[in-house]
Each structure stands twice: as structure tokens, then as C-alpha cells.
Design a protein around this ligand. Sequence first.
Ligand SMILES: Nc1ncnc2c1ncn2[C@@H]1O[C@H](COP(=O)(O)OP(=O)(O)OP(=O)(O)O)[C@@H](O)[C@H]1O
Length: 638
Amino acid sequence: MPHTTVSKVSKACEPAPAGAAQHTAGDTPVRGFVSARTLVLAAVALLLAAWGFLPDFSVTLLNYIGLYALVALGLVMLTGVGGMTSFGQAAFVGIGAYATAWACTSPDAAALLGSLPPALLPWAGLLLGLAITFAVAWFLGAITLKLSGHYLPLCTIAWGLSLYFLFGNLELLGGHTGITGVPPLVVAGFSLASPRVLGLLIWAVLLLALWALHNLLDSREGRAIRALKGGRVMAESMGVDTGRQRIKLFVLAALLAAVSGWLYAHLQRFVNPTPFSLHIGIEYLFMAVVGGAGHLWGAVLGAALITLLKEQLQDWLPRLLGSSGNFEVIVFGLLMLFVLQRFADGLWPQLSARARRWIRPTVARLPAAAPLPERSLPARGTVVLQAHQVTKRFGGLIANNAVDLTVRAGEILALIGPNGAGKSTFFNMISGVDDPTAGEVRLMGQAMTGKPSREFAALGLSRSFQHVRLLGQRTVLENVAVGAHRRAQRGWLASMLRQDRAEEAAVLAEARRQMERCGLAAHAGTPAASLALGQQRIVEIARALASQPAVLLLDEPAAGLRHLEKQALAKLLDQLRSQGLGILVVEHDMEFVMNLADRITVLEFGTVIAEGTPAEVQGNQRVLDAYLGGADDLGAAA
Ligand SMILES: Nc1ncnc2c1ncn2[C@@H]1O[C@H](COP(=O)(O)OP(=O)(O)OP(=O)(O)O)[C@@H](O)[C@H]1O
């Protein structure tokens, strides 16, 4: 925004790990003497009480902080939570601002909206701005969000620039001069012309957005959004439609920016293209990152810090250096470098870590949990998963060569083979991560070729990964709950408005049930990354079980486990088998495999070289040859 000028906040609305926030003290020790919620309410009450007495300049600063924080909040969701970087948010602020300025001042708009009383024009402008932003963001999202790596940020720069130049070149938007004479907002006959009064609306909108987004993150949909950061493969395997979630997130961030632009236009009462440039888009990103891009309150902190810092620098530097110039930009850039070097996760985590001693997380009460809908498992012996002549080529390399394999309900099939034999590639083929070059995969009798992983998940297939894919900073409970995504239905709006509590209770109860089943009950509130690697693998199994699968694919589940843990895992898999699950295990631990599997398929150089019971496979000379040094392992397992 044009103004190069212009809360201290608490831990309160930080999206606390669900396990810590919503369940018994057994998960997380309850500390602190003031609850996060009380602190926020007290801060809001204080701000309200002081609002009438603050100097005009402070009110102006606070208004701008509120406006910037709204945009940065969208970026926290998009970048910090969802893992997508955008430099172009200022353009959406521009759409919100120009839409209302045009609706309120243009003769064309008057002809169109002629019957509307003048007091309603800004509200028509808001609707127009939101509608245009929605359409533009959806369109841009659809064409750019498929890109990954540095391509996506580059694209946001491209369309950020395009929209900026569009604002300056459209005659109907006043060209580079912009639009003047934007009227003040009027609510119920009361004019919000004074920045002091409009500021109340700005902060009310910001607090409402914080509340809604906090609720969203603390829900099934919030976990799905966070799962995006764990990689699309994991999220899709848990049944999350990642493409849709990404677009929704992108549109949400754009709409928040547009609302900020709308408020800005009625605060400034004129608009021109300058505040919607790429330069300002970068500044918004700075705010989110410096504040703490993974934390909702980080947006407020970042907006406040950067606004105040720029203000001070603009004031002090010319005095200090004895000449005027844009010195603050240089110092500002250096300071940003320092902050990002020193605190890569932003400043909010630092602040909240210090406050943890005296602030306790809000304990939300959930209603009694009803069970989630159950899937009826196929009868024992039914073919649940079938690979027919599955071939995968990577250029000239044949990773899987006409592999046939069948998994039945109520059995454990092991897929073994030396390193590089093609086991993980095959796993990807039969779970929808990748498409076979030739051949067919059938799940529950349905042809699955070309279908994404989430369709596999919908039909009852769940999996773990060779390289653990968990949300390391989130609790074990939350990670396991991601697995139950498809068993619940409440969407974004219901989550934002807290209309999902009964379902959320059911999801978390199911996650706890699976954790108990897997011996993880004591770790509900522990961040997943702080568990040993072997236990993280068990968390993946619990997460897979939370989807109530009919087919379970486990990629090296015993790797990193100690002897007793392996025994417990074998017992669990045995139980699952007796309950009728079809289980396919890729594993290098021969003792584990030989004692557990009903049948074994052996791959070498992508080709099946043997199949049969453990005893048959151990006696197979080709298998012994394939393993060479590993022949001892096979023998030892006998
Ligand atoms: N995306 C890819 N592009 C090119 N080659 C690949 C790709 N993925 C796997 N490969 C190759 O395919 C072959 C099979 O690899 P894969 O990871 O499936 O073996 P694996 O049996 O799972 O091995 P490990 O037991 O070590 O995990 C290897 O030669 C590997 O280098």
C-alpha cells in the first residue's frame, strides 16, 4: 500500500496442536496461569478501551497494521501452512480497492447500479471486488498451482506485474492517476469517514479472520491443508484432493487481500496503482515470513514490526545521515537478511516459546464422540488388489517388468528383493502415485489405471512410505487423524464456523483408538519429528489404519525398530490379518518377513523370480543367488 508508514499479540490464537489443545492433560502438561483465550480477550478489551484516547498518528499506524496483517494472514495460510509462495498478493489488494472505487465513483457503475442508494455502493463494490478476485484467483490458481519448485513463485511475479500494469493502463480505472473521491463506508446510517471509526471495522475484520482461520486449521480440513506441506504424494494417499485444496487456499488468500484492499480504498478515499506493485507484494511476503509464516499471529506480528520499523527508519535515518533519500530501504533490506538468517521460522515462535511458561493453551471442549462410519471388509480370500503384467520404464531402464501379483483379504504377502529390484516403484504403481507404462492394476475389482492415489484411498487402500512422510512439527495425534480424512465430511465453512465439532471429536477418537492399537497412546501430544525413526514408521501405520483400509501397503515397516518393537509390530499385523485385511509388505528384514508372511514374491531387476510360501522361497536357488551375500540372511531366518 502507498503509505510507507503505517500489537503486541499473544500466543492465544496460535493454532495449537490439536492433541494439546483438545484433550486430556495426559498429552501435554498444562502450564501457565493465564489462558491464551483470556489473554486475547484482554488485549482486545484494552485496545477497545484505549482506542478513543490514542493519538491520531497511532490510530493511523494501527489501521495500516490491521490492513497489512489481513493480507499477510492469507500469505501465512498460503505459504507457511500450505507451502505455496506468492509474490503477487498486492495485485489482489488492488482488485479489491479498484472494484469498490469504480463502483462508487464511475458513471458506468452508476448506470449499472443506479437504483442503489449511495450508502450501499461500497458494499456493492465489496461484492464486486470479491467476485472478480474469486474469478481471477481461481483462474490463475488453476493454471499456475500445478507448477512446483521455483516456477510457482516466478508465475506469481508474472501475474502480479501484469495486474499492476493493467491497473495503470486501464482508462476506466483512471490510468496512473487513479480514482479519487471514493466515499466513506456507511453502516446502518452511520458514516465511517473517520479513520478512528473505520479502524474498529478493520480490526474487527482482522480478528474475525484470525478466529475463522484458527478454527479452520484446528479441523479435518486444516489437517488436509497442512498435509500439503508434507508433499502431495502423502496427502493424496490419505485421500486429500490436493489440487482442490491448493486452489481453495489460493482463493482464500486472495479474498483476504481483496477485503484489505476494499477497506484501504475507503480509508484512503482514493486509489492509484503504486500500492499494488510487485515491490509491495514482496513486502507482504516479508511480513508473513518475518512474523512467522507458519503461525496466524505471525502475520499480525510481522505486519506490526515491518510497519513500525519502516516508520522509524524513515524518520531517523535522514536525521542521522543529514540528507534525505530512500536509505530506509537499504537498512530495511539488511535487517530482513539478519532476521531471516537468525530466525528462519520467524519471530512468532521465539515469542511464543518465551511466553509458554505463563500462557496455557486454550482447552476446547469437544462433544462426546460418535464412531466414524465403518467400511465393510471383503470376505477372507477375496482378491482385493491385483497387478497384471505391470511394467514401468524410466527411459531405457525397466524398473518393473510385467509383474503379476495378487493380494487377498486376510493374508500377508511380502515383496522382497535386493536393493534396486523395483519394489518401491511397484508400490507406487499399485497405489496410484505413478502410472504403469503397461499393464493393469485392479483394486476391489475396479480398474485403477490413470486414477490418482486418493481414488485408491477411497476404495480402501492405505499405505506407509519407505521414507517417512509425517508432519514433523505437528503432534502424533494430528498426524494419525490425517488418515481419517475421507471418513469425515465437514468442509471449510463448517470448520471455520465451528460446526464440525461432533465430527472432529469422532475423528480424534478414532485417531486415538488407532494409536492405542499401535502402542502410541503415550505420544499423542508429542511432535512427530521428536520420535525415533522406527516409531515414526509406526505412526505412519496408525495413520494408515485410521482410514479403515481393506488393503494395507507397508514399505519397510520394521526398518529402525528394536527387537521388541518388531515383535509388537508383527503381532499387530497378525491381528489385522485375522480381521480380514489384505496386507502387502516390502521389507528387508528376512527374519521378520519369513515369520510373518503367508506368501512371498521375489523381485530381481524388476522381474518376479520366485513366488511361494516362506519355506519355498528360502529353498529357491534363484532367490539365494539373487541375494548373494544375503543368502545367509535367508538361511538365518529359516
Ligand atoms: N523416478 C525414477 N527415474 C529413474 N529411475 C528410477 C526412478 N525411480 C526408481 N528408479 C530406478 O528404478 C530401479 C528400481 O528402484 P526402486 O527404488 O523401485 O528399487 P527398490 O527395490 O525399492 O530399492 P530399495 O530396496 O533400495 O528401496 C532403480 O534402478 C532405480 O534407480
